[in-house]
Design a protein around this ligand. Structure first.
Ligand code: PEP
Ligand code: MN
Length: 376
């Protein structure tokens, strides 16, 4: 645990030293280059860290960082009993399909998660699934395709359309049956995890529920793979702790998803949520979990989805989750997120672009950044 403190705050320093001594922790002080120094609190810091608010309230304290062991189950670097830091391999989350192919998220190859915002008609849902299969076959990436679709929709306004519920789940089941491709769907109610989770191949926790701790624990206990979106106002660490809630229950099949944040600037009309692309790199460095990106909710407009998606590829993301239409004529029928849906035809071009990038450009980028681990 690290605390940044203004130099010369001797009274505060004494209070921190006393607190550390009370819990049997040592402290070490590193002089910073500016007017702040860093205090390292060493040892089993559970008792100390429970007093975080008190420490933060002391005069001169600027920041309080937790060691990665605060999310020990998912942390890339952990401290063993001997106190020596160890680096863990990043994890691959496997999602088996009815077609016998296993989707491996985090394997170093981009995972293409695609589908409607929400299943609205059987025809629409099946058409997208067939098109996804066709794209997968055409480019030899069927084992890298997963379907998406929210049957239970978290809506900002209570009178907006909120999805078809279990009828929508039945449509997604039919799409999987038809295409052989597994699907991910959002879960909002902790009391329905089993009911919905028995159908779905992956459960999605949306941005609005990303700190619904009871829900996180409930999907953690259930055990199926989870897509955990980052809360639209959450720091990266808060996102990692949310994942730790799932992991604490014994489920490490978690895929982190960056989907942009609400900021002062999202009111400008040029993006719906501001993407934090460096969070992808950071999450891959700090945790063992695969990280995907949602260009649709970042963009809010289908005309800028492609470049956002490609930007995340440049950040070596493990996959993307994109909302699509089976036909342009359906846009006016779509009851949620119509403006940001890409046609499947446009999506096919993106798949080709990603594969070309993976083949031609990514090896050079990896060389430039010194990553010899093939994206892992
Ligand atoms: C969605 O995927 O349709 C969705 C509601 O996403 P988010 O939770 O990121 O807003
Ligand atoms: Mn949506």
């Amino acid at each position: 645990m690290l605390i940044e403190i203004e130099r010369g705050r001797n009274q505060t320093l004494k209070q921190i030293r006393d607190l550390a001594a009370r819990f049997g922790n040592q402290i070490e002080i590193t002089e910073g280059t500016g007017v702040f120094d860093t205090i390292h609190v060493i040892g089993d810091t559970r008792g100390f860290s429970a007093r975080e608010d008190y420490v933060r309230s002391l005069p001169g304290v600027r920041a309080f960082f937790h060691a990665a062991s605060g999310y020990a189950n998912i942390a890339r670097t952990i401290r063993g009993k001997d106190g020596v830091a160890q680096r863990r391999d990043r994890r691959i989350v496997e999602v088996p399909g009815l077609d016998g192919k296993i989707r491996r998220i985090g394997s170093g190859k981009h995972m293409f998660i695609v589908g409607p915002d929400s299943p609205q008609t059987l025809e629409q849902t099946l058409a997208i699934a067939r098109m996804a299969r066709d794209v997968g076959e055409r480019f030899g990436v069927l084992d890298r395709m997963i379907l998406r679709g929210g049957a239970f929709k978290p809506r900002t306004r209570p009178n907006s359309w909120r999805g078809l519920g279990m009828k929508g789940i039945a449509m997604l089941d039919a799409a999987r049956e038809e295409s052989g491709i597994p699907y991910a769907t959002e879960i909002m109610d902790l009391n329905r995890v089993e009911e919905i989770g028995t159908h779905a191949d992956m459960l999605q926790i949306g941005t609005r529920n990303s700190q619904n701790f009871d829900l996180l624990e409930s999907v953690g206990r259930f055990g199926k793979p989870v897509i955990l979106k980052r809360g639209f106002g959450n720091e990266v660490e808060e996102w990692f702790y949310a994942a730790e809630y799932v992991a604490n229950q014994g489920n490490l099949n978690i895929v982190l998803c960056e989907r942009g944040m609400k900021t002062l600037f999202t009111k400008g009309g040029y993006c719906r949520n501001q993407p934090d692309l460096n969070a992808i790199t950071f999450a891959r460095k700090q945790t063992i979990l695969p990280v995907i990106f949602d260009p649709s909710h970042v963009a809010g407009d289908f005309r800028i989805v492609a470049e956002n998606l490609m930007a995340s590829v440049a950040h070596m993301v493990d996959g993307t989750i994109t909302e699509t239409l089976h036909d342009e004529s359906f846009r006016q029928e779509q009851l949620c997120d119509a403006a940001q849906a890409l046609t499947m035809e446009a999506y096919a071009s993106i798949v080709e672009a990603v594969l070309t990038y993976e083949e031609k450009v990514l090896p050079l980028v990896r060389k430039a950044v010194g990553d010899s681990s093939n994206g892992r």
